[in-house]
Design a protein around this ligand. Structure first.
Ligand code: NAI
Length: 699
């Protein structure tokens, strides 16, 4: 049982106790109703307090039960709340720390509520593509008014209890505790003070209305529509709250339930729930237990103050961790420092950063040309040129100067981390930390685990990642790690599509309509087409037989590197970023087709999307099978946080699951018939073929 029952004189106290946030799982619900029965049966008990142990009142549904029959097993949350409402003895919810989702709905079913200052109050269901499902949309408007309640329900964001308590006419809290420490005592006293109050007040009996009526809800719908592209839940929040003003309470409850259940089955909600679970899963490494000892990271050194080094340094400064940056020449240091300043100053101008914070951050940053100044750093991250020879010199030097136990990390995007580790006598301390550009903005961090990387090093960098607010995903060592290894196949497909008859703008439009932030060709123009060109040249030596479209090389031979040269796959006007279709490029692509003897055909948007996305899926399946990623959902995290994959689709692997793996394999077989395409490209990865044949999914 995960709720405790104690009697203090004439007050019974039911304490939910299901760490970490007193999730309302089956055992907790049973604990509450059992406690309630005891309290009602005990003639000595005159009133009841419900509260939460530890760090929360209650965070709502128990994520461990997500999607399992236990989540809805009786007593379900609705039944628990009905039982509270029906209690003949007054019940006081004593709220502190966190009262969210089902936890808040539970409190709203109590007769009275007392809250500690600092309690985070929220109905965050919308973030999982849902609406509150246990009366939240019916009861919150009744205690806070329609507008405040709808704002909270549509945003899902927490609001502090003391702010809500100041709202005129609010009925959410009957009393505020003087401090979190005093809550328990003051709740007991309050329960005693209402012991004889009759009839017992119920939120359901309060009115819900808005003075502007329909006009307000029309306005709310317009606002929400703009914000909630691709997601149905926010508009449904408006529908439900509107129903609270129009329907009888119980009819409103039924309506809320109907919407909730329908949303549960939408692909968008499935995607968001997948993301929620995947994010937590990604932080766990199967053979590195949570109690693995960690090294202390108090100071950080960054080698190289270029594009990546500067951004990486900012992450740590933002988190209050001192950084020392090293370069070969003073000019390079000055340039790097100036870029960091410029970044912060633009945040300052936009009002996103306060002057004192800016000063604090800059004060944490020091620079040097001398490796000896780094020797005491706990973590050093190398971000020098992408050449093995350069990395070798740096790591040999680090091995020489750094204190024992320092973690030596490389930001390499393509080089072999095991080889880099071999330049030191302490390969157990070496790890890849692959940031994405711009490193101070992008959430993704690929943590590349070398063959000899220590478990304590893995545990440490995973928690460092959390401190600097990154989503860390562990990758094994391979060319391109998870993200770039997959994007290579995606880019190859994009090239084949041009050879067969598509234009860059058609490909970009199709995949952007699918939801990608940017199609492959606009993306190439932004990042610089020369980067891929250099990689292809190197690959041509390593894998001479790999077939790919030559169009991208031809583009680079024309000097069209993208926005930075004013022309790429598209034309650009000076100072503007709008991509204008280029006649010259389209002619170049046509000429290339002629050289290849290909008669262009009309390619549907559907085929474009499938070929691009399924190329990711197939390589993703190889990556899971090779053990480079621990689980398919890690791949989804990489694509959602680092590559602009549409959030509402839940990542390439979940998307494939939703399409059905059988259908994915069938489509791949069709693509194998294409004339220009590399037939071996579409050979389903063994894992994909097996799961499809068995009718299973990645998740
Ligand atoms: P960059 O060329 O902007 O910066 C490299 C900096 O390292 C330069 O300032 C250079 O002076 C300095 N440097 C070179 N050799 C050095 C040495 N021996 N000691 C000290 N400093 C030295 O390059 P960028 O783009 O910052 O890339 C750095 C690393 O990050 C590379 O390994 C790259 O593959 C990786 N990376 C780059 C990404 C990007 O989008 N630019 C994304 C992810 C990783």
């Amino acid at each position: 049982m995960t709720a405790e029952y104690k009697v203090h004189g004439d007050v019974a106290v039911i304490t939910m106790n299901n760490p970490p946030v007193n999730g309302l799982g089956y055992a907790t619900r049973v604990g509450i109703t059992d406690g309630l029965s005891k309290a009602i049966a005990d003639p000595a008990v005159k009133s009841i307090v419900i509260t939460g142990a530890g760090k929360a009142f209650s965070g709502g549904a128990d994520i461990k039960e997500f999607g399992s029959p236990k989540a809805t097993a009786e007593p379900n949350l609705l039944s628990v709340i009905l039982a509270l409402e029906a209690s003949p003895k007054p019940i006081v919810a004593a709220m502190h720390s966190v009262a969210m989702g089902g936890g808040l709905e539970l409190a709203l079913g109590c007769h009275y509520r007392i809250a500690a200052p600092g309690t985070n109050i929220a109905l965050p269901e919308v973030k999982l593509g849902l609406i509150p499902g246990a009366g939240g949309t019916m009861r919150l408007p009744r205690v806070l008014g329609v507008e405040t309640a709808l704002n909270m329900i549509v945003s899902g964001e927490p609001v502090k209890s003391e702010l809500l308590a100041q709202q005129p006419g609010q009925k959410l809290f009957d009393k505020m505790a003087s401090s979190p420490e005093a809550l328990a005592e003051e709740a007991l006293a309050y329960a005693r003070s209402v012991a004889d109050a009759r009839p017992l007040p119920l939120v359901r009996n309060l009115p819900s209305s808005h003075p502007l009526g329909d006009a307000y809800f029309q306005f709310a719908r317009n606002m929400v529509k703009g914000m909630s592209k691709n997601f149905p839940a926010p508009e449904k929040c408006v529908d439900a709250v509107e129903a609270s003003t129009q329907k009888k309470f119980d009819d409103g409850m039924a309506y809320e339930r109907e919407i909730f259940t329908a949303l549960m089955f939408t692909p968008e909600s499935r995607a968001l729930r997948h993301l929620f679970v995947a994010e937590r899963a990604a932080s766990k490494i199967p053979d590195v237990p949570e109690d693995t000892p960690q090294r202390e990271i108090k100071t950080v050194a960054v080698i190289g103050a270029g594009t990546m080094g500067g951004g990486i340094a900012m992450n740590f400064l933002n988190a209050g961790i001192p950084v020392k940056m090293l370069e070969m020449k003073q000019e390079a240091l000055d340039r790097g420092l100036a870029t960091i300043r410029k970044n912060y100053e633009s945040q300052l101008k936009k009002g996103k950063l306060k002057q004192d914070k800016y000063d604090q951050r800059m004060a944490l940053l020091t620079t040097t040309l001398d490796y000896n100044d780094l020797k005491d750093a706990d973590l050093v991250i190398e971000a020098v040129f992408e050449e093995m020879g350069v990395k070798q010199k740096v790591f040999e030097k680090l091995d020489e100067v750094m204190k024992p136990g320092a973690i030596l990390a490389s930001n390499t995007s393509t080089l072999d981390v095991d080889k880099i580790a071999s330049f030191t006598k302490r390969p157990q301390d070496v790890v890849g930390l692959h940031f994405f550009s711009p490193a101070n903005v992008m959430r993704l961090l690929e943590v590349v685990r070398g063959a000899k990387t220590g478990k304590d090093v893995m545990a440490t960098v995973m928690s460092v990642a959390k401190k600097i607010k990154k989503t860390a995903v562990v990758s094994g060592v391979c060319d391109g790690f998870i993200g770039n290894r997959m994007i290579e196949q995606y880019s190859r497909q994009a090239g084949f599509l041009l050879d067969e008859g598509a234009t860059p703008q058609q490909v970009d439009r199709a995949i952007e309509k699918f939801g990608f932030a940017m199609g492959p060709f606009r993306m190439g123009d932004l990042a610089g087409n020369d980067i891929g060109w250099a990689i292809r040249k190197r690959r041509a030596l390593e894998r001479p037989n790999m077939l790919y479209s030559r169009t991208a090389d031809k583009l680079c031979e024309l000097g069209r590197f993208g926005q930075k040269t004013g022309a790429g796959w598209y034309d650009y006007q000076a100072g503007k970023r709008d991509a204008i279709p280029s006649e010259l490029v389209n002619k170049m692509i046509e000429d290339h087709r002629k050289e290849l003897g290909i008669t262009p055909r009309k390619i549907s948007d559907e085929e474009i999307v499938q070929r691009l996305v399924f190329s990711l899926v197939n390589e993703g399946a190889h990556i899971v099978e090779d053990g480079i990623a621990s689980r398919a959902s890690d791949i989804d995290m990489v694509y959602l946080t680092g590559y602009g994959f549409p959030m509402h689709r839940g990542g390439p692997m979940l998307y494939a699951d939703q399409v059905g793996l059988f259908n994915v394999v069938q489509a791949m077989k069709r693509f194998q018939q294409n004339p220009r395409d590399d037939a071996s490209f579409w050979e389903p990865a063994p894992l994909l073929a097996r799961l499809a044949a068995e009718g299973k999914s990645f998740s």
